[in-house]
Each structure stands twice: as structure tokens, then as C-alpha cells.
Design a protein around this ligand. Structure first.
Ligand code: B1M
Length: 215
């Protein structure tokens, strides 16, 4: 039996291929995707986060751990998809300008897709103008912004402002999240919804779409 600690350790060492194999093995053994994600992959990333903060590991180690994390979540993807039906709505998501952290944003994408929401992922370092351009082209129901740095979260305000200036603010729900983001910040910048994690982001997005369809 694969233990979640083994997955966490392999992730911390940045062994992407081993992480993928262990994740698949755990799933084959009947461990739930949620447990593998939370107690294996995210637990390992948490350890790296603390070591990074304490200068016990540096950017190269963090980067290879991040790659291993993304490799592991790729294996989880089909197991997190509950719906299997036609898309119930559309979201455009991205990590804001100046910010290159994409693990949380990728998890949000996966969880949204798991709820049957079509996701257009603009990637990282996405400017307010790029979010607006994507809105004009794709007409999504939801714009999702992720930020991991206290220095980049203010970019979310620029996203809200850009939609206001273009006269389309009331046509779209702006959701925000990321480690430094809070409910109070969400309210202060005039965004619509803050959620602390990817699973609650997907729940909230589904609720938005259900309310829209019932309106
Ligand atoms: Co960076 N980094 N990093 N980093 N990094 C943090 C964020 C930091 C807290 C580390 C620390 O010092 N303790 C710190 C930020 C300090 C601050 O601003 N307060 C930091 C720093 C300083 C930096 C650099 C400036 C370091 C440097 O160069 N000196 C630099 C900045 C680069 C840039 O972006 N311009 C940098 C670089 C990097 C790497 C490239 C090496 C790498 C990123 C690789 C990648 O993403 N592909 C990296 C990593 C991995 C981290 C840590 C260790 C882990 C982040 C992570 O992926 N967590 C992080 C420390 C930490 O968080 N403890 C750290 C796991 C992920 C699942 O969590 O993204 O929070 P998270 O997502 C969560 C929720 O926040 C939520 O859902 C997820 C959980 O379900 N969520 C949403 C996220 N987005 C959402 C959107 C939503 C809803 C929920 O709605 C739309």
C-alpha cells in the first residue's frame, strides 16, 4: 500500500515520475483523489513552503517540487471530474500580472472542470487587459484571478477596474483567490467572490451558474 507520506516525500525531492507512479498506484488501491491531493501532494508542498520561507530550500528545489506537484495533479484530473456532461458554463482564469505561481490556479482549473465548467486558462502573468480581451472574445460567465504575492494581489483591483471601464462589470462574476487574498480584500476591491481553496472555488462557481440558469 502506498502511504501519503511516500507521495509527500517524493514530491519534496522533486521526483516527478515517481510522484506520478505513486499517485496512480494509490488511486488503483482505492485511495480517494481528495485524500491523495490533500494528504499527499498538498502536504508535501506545504513542507516545501515552510522550508522555502526558512531558507532551507531555494528556488531550484521549489521549482522541481512544483513540477512534481503538477505531474501528480495531472494523474488526478480524471478522478476529480464528477460530471461527464456538457459544459454548464464558461470561466476564464489566470494568475495575475507579475506573478508566476500556477499550482493553485491549475488546481482551480481542474476543480472547475470537474464541475462541468469549460475553462479557458490564460496561464500566468496575465494583465487586466488580457483578462478583458479574453472576456470580449469568449464571453465567459466567470473571470477567475489567482495571486500568491502580496505585491501582485493589487493587480486584481486593476482587473475589476478594467471591466468597469469597459462597461461590462455587471456581465461577469469576478472570483479571486490565492494565499494572501482575503474576504476583506475581495470586498475592498469590488470583486464578487473570494474562496480560500480550489474546491470551494468550484462549488461557488457552480452556484453562480445554477443561479444564473434559474434567474
Ligand atoms: Co514563491 N512565494 N516566489 N515560488 N512560493 C510564496 C508564495 C511565498 C509565500 C514563500 C515564502 O516566502 N514563504 C512568498 C510570497 C511572500 C508574499 O508575497 N507574502 C514567495 C516568494 C517571495 C517568491 C519569489 C518573489 C521568490 C524570489 O524570487 N525571491 C518568486 C516570485 C516569482 C513571481 O511570481 N514573479 C517566487 C517564485 C516561486 C517559484 C517559481 C520557485 C515557485 C512557483 C512555481 C509554480 O507555481 N509553478 C514558488 C512556489 C512553489 C512557492 C510556494 C513554496 C508554494 C506555492 C504553492 O504552489 N502552494 C509558496 C509558499 C507557500 O505558499 N507556503 C511561495 C500550493 C498551492 C496549491 O497553493 O497557490 O495558495 P496556492 O493555492 C491554493 C489557494 O490559495 C487557492 O486554492 C489553492 C488550494 O486549493 N487558490 C484559489 C489559489 N488561487 C485561487 C483562485 C481562486 C480561488 C482559490 O479563485 C479564482
Amino acid at each position: 500500500m502506498v502511504s501519503m507520506e511516500e507521495i509527500s516525500q517524493a514530491l519534496q525531492k522533486g521526483k516527478a515520475k515517481i510522484v506520478q507512479e505513486l499517485v496512480q498506484q494509490a488511486l488503483d488501491e482505492g485511495v480517494s483523489a481528495k485524500t491523495v491531493l490533500e494528504e499527499g501532494l498538498l502536504a508535501g508542498m506545504d513542507v516545501i513552503g515552510v522550508k522555502f520561507k526558512n531558507n532551507e530550500v531555494y528556488i531550484p528545489e521549489v521549482l522541481i517540487a512544483a513540477r512534481a506537484m503538477n505531474a501528480g495533479t495531472t494523474v488526478l484530473k480524471p478522478y476529480l471530474n464528477e460530471s461527464g456532461e456538457a459544459a454548464i458554463g464558461k470561466a476564464v482564469i489566470g494568475t495575475v500580472k507579475g506573478d508566476l505561481h500556477d499550482i493553485g490556479k491549475n488546481l482551480v482549473r481542474m476543480m472547475l472542470e470537474g464541475k462541468g465548467i469549460e475553462v479557458i486558462d490564460l496561464g500566468v502573468d496575465v494583465s487586466a487587459e488580457q483578462f478583458l480581451d479574453a472576456y470580449q472574445k469568449e464571453h465567459p460567465d466567470i473571470i477567475g484571478c489567482s495571486a500568491l504575492l502580496t505585491t501582485t494581489m493589487s493587480e486584481m483591483k486593476n482587473v475589476v477596474n478594467a471591466f468597469e471601464a469597459a462597461g461590462v462589470r455587471d456581465k461577469v462574476t469576478i472570483m479571486i483567490g490565492g494565499a494572501p487574498v482575503t474576504e476583506a480584500f475581495c470586498q475592498s476591491i469590488g470583486a464578487d467572490i473570494y474562496t480560500p481553496d480550489a474546491a470551494s472555488a468550484a462549488e461557488a462557481a457552480k452556484q453562480v451558474l445554477t443561479n444564473k440558469h434559474n434567474a
